[in-house]
Design a protein around this ligand. Structure first.
Ligand code: PAF
Length: 286
């Protein structure tokens, strides 16, 4: 496995690697969730490229960009062990050359609620960098984690606007033993914050899944079950717990019954802040 940092090296390396090419876009600080994306990509593509780039354009402020973990050496080891063939780890100037016009890519209608509402500009940053990575790597397919459920839908929308027919794959969330979804941000939690997050977030979502499986379909009742668990952790501040149509991301009303309200899957997504760290998680109800 090789690591390249500039476009010319990337082009040269790609010319020597077989197609189809799968891209696993990441911001680094790789963990077992990323390994699962790489392993899944390995099963469908001849070449797996992992991009590692902390994209300043999807953060609200420079302090958040600065404190995002950067662990290139261990990332290289994890990516290689998981089966990646090439890492593309560019600098900010390589992705956004100072001498090129700074054009933003529209993230589309699915980006307006949830993370889009709480983090203005976030999905414009994601759409811009993902488009740029797609242009540079020219993959046949790309892999994203189901935890970032809205991001996957936004990327699917974005891909449908393009002409290069990149197939988007969604890989199931990987969880730690305590149920917390793996995220590079977990490293920024204190031990107490992590324990509180694990007692609340995955438990709230599991309660919803279990109640739904046993026949509870009222959005209001499912919400009440989850909110009781979330409210029991004073160090956790809930931003949203949302029930939406999994395809359109249109919110289900509080008096809706799941099954009547959406023709396909329902997305239950949650965002909360613990220790100043924003955590998101999501499940789907069939
Ligand atoms: O999910 C992430 O890590 C990022 O949002 C992505 C897709 C790599 C774009 O920077």
């Amino acid at each position: 496995m090789r690591t390249v940092t500039i476009r010319a090296e990337l082009d040269k390396a790609l010319a020597q690697l077989p197609r189809p090419v799968a891209l696993v876009p990441t911001m680094g600080a790789l963990h077992a969730g990323h390994a699962a994306l790489i392993a899944a990509a390995r099963r469908t593509a001849a070449t797996v490229v992992v991009s590692i780039f902390v994209n300043p354009r999807q953060f609200a402020n420079a302090a958040d960009v600065a404190r995002y973990p950067r662990t290139l050496e261990s990332d290289q080891q994890l990516a290689e062990a998981a089966g990646a063939h090439l890492i593309f780890a560019p600098s900010v100037d390589e992705i956004y050359p100072p001498n090129e016009p700074l054009t933003s890519v529209e993230p589309g209608p699915l980006a307006s609620r949830l993370e889009g509402a709480s983090r203005p500009g976030h999905f414009t940053g994601v759409a811009t960098v993902v488009s740029r990575l797609f242009d540079l790597v020219r993959p046949n397919e790309a892999y994203f984690g189901a935890k970032d459920a809205q991001q996957v839908r936004v990327v699917e929308w974005l891909t449908a606007q393009r002409t290069d027919h990149i197939k988007i794959h969604r890989v199931a969330t990987v969880r730690d033993g305590d149920g917390l979804a793996l995220s590079s941000r977990n490293q920024m939690l204190s031990a107490a914050g992590r324990a509180a997050a694990a007692r609340a977030i995955p438990v709230a979502l599991s309660l919803i899944a279990e109640a739904y499986a046993s026949g509870v379909t009222s959005v209001a009742m499912l919400r009440a079950l989850a909110e009781r668990v979330l409210a029991a952790e004073p160090s956790l501040s809930l931003d949203y717990l949302d029930f939406a149509d999994g395809a359109t991301l249109v919110q289900l009303s509080e008096n809706a019954q799941i099954g009547d309200a959406a023709p396909g899957e329902v997305l239950v997504s949650l965002a909360a802040v613990v220790d100043g760290v924003r955590l998101i998680d999501a499940i789907t109800l069939p």
